[in-house]
Design a protein around this ligand. Structure first.
Ligand SMILES: [Zn+2]
Length: 304
């Protein structure tokens, strides 16, 4: 995979800043200044679009002990890998603003001010198609008797995706949860029974009722129960802000709190909740952003 480096400040300005910083340090303490005073960011080449997962690689001076990134309303830490670079996955929400934006990277040191740098990130528009489907009317305009349940579940789900995720459990080389054909892609706009709805925030994989559903990458089960819209649902916390939701299951085979390895049986494909027929709806959240599961697979399976 090719990659590029962002160097947002011109070299002369950087040199002047380095000289000024060196003079300041030399005047105060006489201590030598680490020549590698900067943070460098590496991301892949190519367009970045709504729904994408982007791997961040940050190189920081050895004195840095903690690195975090901030993009729009996401703030998250990076983890140092054995090679000494700092890594995390950035999620571009399905409704992320199109155009120029800024990723701020901060590196903290035991002594001295934190290092901070802003890197430009350009989000390109993505063309998506519209699908027109018919579902049971109770899922388009739910009956009043179900509104309290739906409100409670919406709050529960928001709390799950807001809660601090565990340390990194996901690993490179992720697998598809079922070997089905993608019948409805991520980001597709839906018109349900003639009424426009928001974008499709998951990937629908066609598979018959009873087909085993496996964990795409390791995690902890944080929900394993029925929800009004998604039917029998399993949610995995893969760590570092990454969550998978498996919806519309006929059977759930795991319990909340259970640790799962890659490939663990989570349940079986079904047609519970708001569906037109049996399939697996796989949705992925990354630091709250709704991202395309296929983009996650691409990133976790890319040769490094
Ligand atoms: Zn779906």
């Amino acid at each position: 995979m090719s990659s590029c480096e962002y160097a947002p400040y011109n070299r002369r300005m950087r040199l002047l800043r380095v000289i000024a910083a060196w003079l300041a340090v030399a005047m105060v303490s006489g201590a030598p200044l680490d020549a590698q005073d900067g943070l460098r960011l590496r991301v892949r080449d190519g367009l970045i679009q709504p729904g994408d997962v982007v791997r961040l690689d940050v190189t920081a001076p050895p004195a840095v002990t903690f690195v975090s990134a901030q993009w729009h309303d996401q703030t998250f830490p990076l983890e140092r890998n054995p090679a000494g670079t700092w890594q995390a996955l950035l999620g571009i929400d399905v409704d992320a603003p199109i155009g120029a934006s800024e990723l701020r990277v901060t590196g903290r040191r035991a002594a001295g001010d934190p290092l901070e740098r802003a890197f430009p990130v350009e989000i390109a528009a993505k063309q998506v198609r519209t699908r027109r489907i018919r579902v049971n009317p109770k899922f388009v305009n739910p009956p009043k008797t179900e509104l309290a349940r739906i409100k409670k579940e919406t709050e529960e789900l928001a709390a799950i995706f807001r809660s601090p995720s565990s340390g990194r459990l996901w690993k490179d080389g992720a697998v598809r949860p079922v070997e089905g054909v993608a019948v409805s892609g991520f980001g597709v706009r839906s018109v349900l029974n003639g009424e426009p709805r928001g974008p499709h925030t998951g990937l629908d994989l066609a598979a018959g009722t009873g087909t085993p559903v496996h964990a795409p990458t390791p995690g902890v089960v944080v929900a394993a129960r029925p929800f009004y819209f998604s039917g029998n649902t399993v949610i995995l916390d893969h760590g570092q802000g990454l969550y998978s939701t498996m919806a519309h299951l006929s059977v759930i085979d795991v319990t909340e709190g259970q640790q799962v390895a890659q490939g663990t049986l989570l349940g079986k494909v079904g047609a519970t909740g708001r569906v037109t027929g049996p399939h697996l709806h796989w949705a992925v959240r990354l630091h709250g952003a709704r991202v395309d599961p296929l983009s996650l697979l691409d990133v976790l399976n890319a040769a490094r």
